[in-house]
Design a protein around this ligand. Structure first.
Ligand SMILES: Cc1cc2nc3c(=O)[nH]c(=O)nc-3n(C[C@H](O)[C@H](O)[C@H](O)COP(=O)(O)OP(=O)(O)OC[C@H]3O[C@@H](n4cnc5c(N)ncnc54)[C@H](O)[C@@H]3O)c2cc1C
Length: 277
């Protein structure tokens, strides 16, 4: 990928690129003809606009999940997409936006699992007033369906809830009337968070159902992985949209199994929370 310094990138060579790169006049050299551009720039880290996180607020949602909120004037992120946090030392990590237009706010919300020896985890939890720069948005895990009756299944574990919650509530804000079932998993019932918020959502919207799944049995959850429980309850995924986010192994299994059960590849949206170096 290269960049047209005067903004005149050949449109055909931008096909398939995320919006954030297209807006920055980036394009694929392999898809353009030599006489279509006179000059190109190499694409560096500075090609994307960078925003400043201000008014940072932190609150623990469970023993290891941090709710981080901040404002980032100028940044626009469709519900469910992710951004990149950059620390003053240059450490970069991706995090998915958890809020949506169901509760309009000028503040972005994130759910961050704090890993005891994780670099960004330590930075966010230890620093009194963290300084963060933000780039994005990235990804395609958003609600774009034109069919407001279509059933949707959401499958995730841990902080994979963040983008799923954003997409679910965004769909409701847009008037989605299709059955929405969220299979939300964790190791134990104590590791599940935002439980009250999810129950409130069920009360407020008749088409929303949340199935809490845990590896260890408890008196209010179903024992099993969210993928296994979703597959058991839905023998066929024909005509069902699927969103799956969180641990890479869970996302891989959910995509494969729902596809094999009839979901269309173009209606499976996912974000695997891969580790980054
Ligand atoms: C698209 C996307 C969206 C994401 N969204 C979210 C989200 O909404 N919420 C969320 O919590 N996370 C999300 N993640 C994951 C997030 O980006 C980070 O990977 C995560 O927070 C860990 O970062 P860290 O710097 O704290 O840990 P790291 O320092 O990256 O360490 C991660 C783990 O790897 C281990 N480790 C590190 N280096 C080594 C090594 N050399 N050898 C062996 N082990 C090692 C550490 O001990 C730690 O357990 C997302 C990831 C992606 C790709």
């Amino acid at each position: 990928m290269v960049r047209a310094p005067h903004g005149d990138a050949p449109p055909r060579a931008q096909e398939g690129l995320p919006d954030v790169f297209r807006k920055a006049a980036c394009f694929l050299a392999c898809k353009s003809l030599a006489d279509q551009v006179e000059e190109v720039d190499l694409v560096g880290e500075d090609v994307l606009p960078t925003y400043e996180a201000t008014d940072i607020q932190r609150e623990m949602l469970s023993s290891d999940v941090l709710r981080l909120r901040f404002r980032a004037p100028g940044l626009v992120v469709p519900a469910g997409m992710f951004v990149r946090f950059i620390t003053p030392s240059g450490l970069k990590r991706s995090y998915s936006v958890a809020n949506s237009s169901l509760t309009p706010s000028d503040t972005f919300e994130f759910h961050i699992r704090l890993l005891p020896d994780g670099q960004m985890s330590q930075f966010l939890s230890a620093i009194e007033e963290p300084i963060l720069k933000i780039q994005g948005p990235f990804g395609n895990c958003t609600y774009t369906s034109a069919d407001l009756e279509k059933p949707i299944v959401f499958i995730g574990s841990g902080t994979g809830l963040a983008p799923l919650y954003a997409v679910l509530t965004e769909s409701l804000a847009k008037g989605n009337r299709g059955q929405c079932t969220l299979y939300f998993g964790g190791a134990t019932s104590e590791s599940l968070y935002c439980v009250d918020e999810l129950r409130e959502l069920e009360k407020r919207f008749a088409n929303v159902r949340v199935v809490f799944c845990t590896d260890s049995p408890s008196d209010w959850t179903i024992t099993g992985s969210p993928v296994a429980v979703a597959m058991e309850e839905n023998p066929s995924f024909k005509g069902i949209m699927v969103y799956t986010c969180g641990h890479p192994a869970l996302v891989k299994a959910a995509k494969l199994k729902t596809f094999m059960a009839g979901a269309s590849m173009s209606e499976i949206f996912s974000d695997a929370f891969d580790q980054q170096s």
